[in-house]
Design a protein around this ligand. Structure first.
Ligand code: CU
Length: 174
């Protein structure tokens, strides 16, 4: 009630000030009110955006894409190369050669807390769990992981069904 009276008063004053614009002053008053309301919600959504950014959005590959073969044959199950180094912004494409199903997974326990969300997002949406890609069965199928926005460090990874058979490696991010 009190607010309403205030809005009307403002409208009347503005109306008197600039003769001619009958609707505009009222609209301006409304916009001003709406702005304060939406800036409040903007502030609260800004609070959630940083968390959302680190957990939800893929940091696209901007550098080289390192190809890694996923192999299962008479010599065993392995990534080739198992251990490799990428630069900031690089990506890795793990391609099934034989012996599937394979996948690419990081043990959450070995990934620093401040890396986990971004790395998980960088694995895309074709996953069967946190830091764990979907299974790839057929030769030529692949899993691509971006290492953009991943801080330098050593990140152990493995193939879930063949971990016990030694299908694992370490990716070093420079
Ligand atoms: Cu495997």
């Amino acid at each position: 009630m009190r607010f309403h009276g205030f809005a009307v008063a403002v409208g009347v004053i503005t109306l008197g000030a600039c003769a001619g614009g009958e609707k505009k002053p009222a609209d301006t008053t409304h916009v001003a009110v709406d702005t304060s309301t939406s800036s409040t919600s903007t502030a609260s959504s800004t609070t959630t955006t940083p968390a959302g950014t680190t957990s939800g959005s893929v940091a696209p590959i901007t550098g080289a894409i390192h190809e890694v073969k996923m192999v299962g044959d008479a010599k065993g199950y392995r990534f080739e190369p198992a251990n490799f180094t990428v630069k900031a912004g690089d990506g890795a494409k793990f391609v099934v050669v034989s012996g599937g199903p394979h996948n690419v997974a990081f043990d959450p326990a070995t990934i620093p807390a401040d890396v986990k969300a971004q790395l998980d997002a960088n694995m895309g949406t074709d996953k069967m769990g946190e830091l764990s890609s979907a299974m790839k069965m057929n030769p030529g199928e692949s899993v691509t992981v971006s290492f953009a926005k991943i801080k330098p460090g050593q990140y152990p990874y493995h193939c879930t069904p063949h971990l016990a058979l030694g299908m694992k490696g370490v990716i070093t991010v420079q």
